[in-house]
Design a binder for this molecule. Sequence first.
Ligand code: DGT
Ligand code: CA
Ligand code: CA
Ligand code: ZN
Length: 610
Amino acid sequence: MSKNADLAKQFNRAADVMALLDENQFRVLATRKVARALEDLAEPIEAAATEHRLDAIAGIGKSSADKIAEYLRTGHIAEFDSLASQVPPGVLDMLNISTVGVKTAYLLWKEAGITDIPSLKKALDAGTITGIKGFGEKKQANIKQNLAFMETANARIGLGYAYPLACEFVNLLRPIQDIDQVTYCGSLRRGKETVGDLDILLAARSGITAEAISTAVAKVIKTHPEMAEMVAAGDTKITIRTKLGLQVDFRMVPRESWGAALQYFTGSKEHNVRVRQRAADRGMKLNEWGLFRGEQRMAGTAESDIYQALELAYVCPEMREDRGEIELAAAMFQAAMGRQPDVDDPRLDFIGNTIPARWASVEVSDIRGDLHMHTTASDGHESIAAMITAARKRGYQYIAITDHSKSQVQANGLSVDRLMAHAKAIRTTAREFPDITVLVGSEVDILADGSLDYPDEVLRELDWVVASPHSALTQETEAATMRLMRAVSNPLVDVIGHPTGRLISGRRGLEPDMQRVVMAALRSGAALEINAHDMRLDLRDVHARLAVEAGVPLCIDTDAHQLTDFDKLPFGVATARRAWARPENVLNTWPLEKILAWQKKRRQGDADWQ
Ligand code: DGT
Ligand code: CA
Ligand code: CA
Ligand code: ZN
């Protein structure tokens, strides 16, 4: 775990303890806010500490900064340790059971004397928890079920499983008579790299109640082959568990609440808190049924009407994380009304004085080509011609074929001789497809010291160079930073491929100081990749946002090893949208001439290439 994640956990844990000890609510909230700031931080916390900038981080005050410094120095936070000593450690473990919140844990501890998970299990089985308020049979059965689930489930599920499954449910439910709208929402609609559960929202036809469609919905859900268990089936909410252990929540609403429910269940919670507060500040009330002023309904049928009624530009789902998007949307709304926006949020500095009327996030249809893919020459499954044919079918104007370099022995990486022969073969094959430009490239390894796996003379022969780290992925932060900075500074490198090498379900990869890597890319005029594979998504959202803010182009590639991999592009685009990227921020939305001109300036060592 990185120090950032580690510290975030410490602060979250401390907030739990404070809540259990019934401490001041504001203190609990402030502590959670620090945890969140740490989670969102795009640089290693050590860097900020060394440069004495801890309390300049939004959400982190002087006393929290001291605690962070203490932790980095000693590995402990004395004040948190002494707080924690007042709560039995097993009580804190119980908080990891979903449906056991602070309140429940508190009651179990104080009223039933239960202080760890094993004794909780025993008490539930024996049915000895009685006479405690809010602990009916239903609640107890619920906790029991979640306990059982905890033992088998791995916490969050990747998009590769979640996204197609959600689409299947949506398509399965759409034909039901009396259903007007159905879509997925929650973290999946926000394009998060992993999801805790799926949330599917359905609206009945107008004039028909939500309750009236629930029986039909339940019946259809049961026909899905992934369906394992019906967890709960109420009038307006159905919950199931799939064979892989993923929970899917279905919610039914009346037609006139569609927009409000979509907004509510898309989240994030943090975004929604801000939007609801904005409604309250304007004397209105926002919930999943609509936006109301007193009894009067102001909006709710369409999601965009809610933002408009709150004097906000529409915010796309991927940006709804309370990372400055509310301030941006408020400023955009004011600009559109011809008013001078009062932008005082430091996170918006990079926008400059021109506030756009609409934040035009990059879309899948903006992508003109894919600049990272493999063939059977290294570890791909398809021939050169098959890859070109598939790319053409997608309407791409250009691609780059980038097989592995010689150090990637297990991936059948190419020696210089084989690379030259492969280049020739690509050029010959490409002649048969005059309507698409095929760049001859390489995915050259970035070795541990930041040098490249081919000499410059060889790279100079290529049309396109992706440089990626594949080995030595457990380097220390400083070594990783220097490694990537050195690679990106080579004028022959067009883009750094999957810059950290992380795998979402299990390999941390490099943890460089990404801000410094981004600045090095800015100086040399190279791009950084968002590898769209659902197992990678590398750069991740917060790091890609640094590139967008610095003006470093992103390149969204699928790194296709087989034809179906091209379908992964939307995951990369969603990550770019989470990074606030617009089409101009993404190199492979540009016309080919612009890309080649951009490359030429750098390769010629043009000092003021920008
Ligand atoms: P996940 O499932 O952990 O990947 O994340 P989400 O964002 O999908 O969270 P989930 O499934 O618990 O809830 C879906 C959305 O519903 C969430 O993003 C916001 C909304 N929501 C759910 N529970 C609450 C709540 O207690 N308060 C507020 N304000 N919103 C909630
Ligand atoms: Ca969810
Ligand atoms: Ca949910
Ligand atoms: Zn690759």
